[in-house]
Design a protein around this ligand. Structure first.
Ligand SMILES: [Zn+2]
Length: 315
């Protein structure tokens, strides 16, 4: 059986220099390099490759996803400031930009594009082990540590390879408002999300899903079975729509103890998630989003990948 192929960010740094909560109060930034060290510990037995993406391809794909002026702004020198203009409407500016923030975000986008490229070439399971996350980034806005939408970049690369339609399934604790915006109205991408109610959790705005998109939102912490039942519904819909590949926005912040979460699910739920994903028989392109409870990140990754190789795959 071939093990999942992991593309890990090679650059270090660019950690969020400051964060603010819903009321604008400073809070510790938890989006750090060490997260990936812990997750990688749980991926023993996987194959690791450095992402190698041509700068022209990166530029082309980012231009498909983001507004040119927004990209230009991100590329300017920054020094830890907040930028209200470039946050989503109604979302309090929470993500500061430091001198290395954009370089880190570009590296994450490269991981996602490499994972999508390998997936398009026949790898059954690819994994972009990247940071910062991306699912809160929209066409011209950042937020929740996210600057560039890595998962939607992967969707575009898969579509270009002829895998159509693509399902983008967001499993992070938080609603992927950026991914929802960027896939709205597309007949070639089915977006679905399972998340905590947005009136009480980031991004604190109505979901505003467009026709054809799907969500399962929990107002109170779900049981393991209720969460897994939501995943079954979402995957059944992807199957009904004839999706050819699953891009998974993978958040480990659904587990108990996550400082940005609020649920009580155990890391072992990721074994069940892996099993359900495998049962679809579809190629999987996993994109790392959140997950901040350092002592349990390796467990989450190990449970997920314990069974993540499609049946019948050659050794
Ligand atoms: Zn999250």
């Amino acid at each position: 059986m071939s093990a999942p192929l992991v593309f890990r960010s090679v650059a270090r740094g660019g950690e969020a220099p400051a964060m603010r909560d819903r009321r604008g109060q400073p809070v510790p930034g938890l989006e750090r390099d060490i997260r990936l060290d812990h997750i990688a510990e749980g991926l023993q037995g996987c194959r690791f490759e450095e992402p190698s993406i041509d700068s022209g391809l990166l530029e082309t794909m980012l231009a498909r996803v983001h507004d040119a002026e927004y990209l230009r702004f991100l590329s300017l020198p920054h020094n830890g400031e907040f930028n209200p203009r470039w946050h989503a409407p109604g979302v309090a500016p929470d993500t500061a930009l430091g001198p290395e923030s954009y370089a880190a975000a570009l590296q994450a986008a490269c991981c996602a594009l490499a994972a999508a490229g390998a997936c398009a070439q026949g790898e059954p399971v690819t994994y972009a082990l990247c940071r910062p996350p991306g699912h809160h980034a929209g066409r011209d806005f950042m937020g929740g540590y996210c600057l560039l939408n890595n998962a939607v970049s992967a969707v575009h690369r898969l579509l270009e390879s002829g895998m159509n339609p693509v399902a983008l399934i967001d499993l992070d604790f938080h609603f992927g408002n950026g991914s929802a915006q960027l896939t709205a109205g597309r007949s070639d991408c089915f977006f679905a999300s399972i998340h905590a109610d947005t009136s009480n959790h980031f991004p604190y705005t109505p979901e505003g899903l467009s026709s054809g998109q799907m969500s399962r939102s929990f107002k109170s912490p779900p049981t393991r079975e209720s969460w897994l039942s939501a995943l079954r519904d979402v995957l059944a819909e992807a199957d009904a729509r004839g999706c050819k590949v699953l891009v998974i926005s993978l958040g480990f912040d659904i587990i108990a103890g996550d400082p940005h979460g609020g649920w009580q699910l155990p890391p072992s739920i990721f074994a069940d998630i892996g099993e359900q994903l495998k049962e679809t028989g579809l190629p999987l392109c996993l994109i790392q989003e959140g997950g901040y409870h350092l002592p349990r990140l390796a467990d989450c990754a190990a449970f997920l990948c314990s069974d993540l190789v499609p049946a019948g795959n050659p050794a």
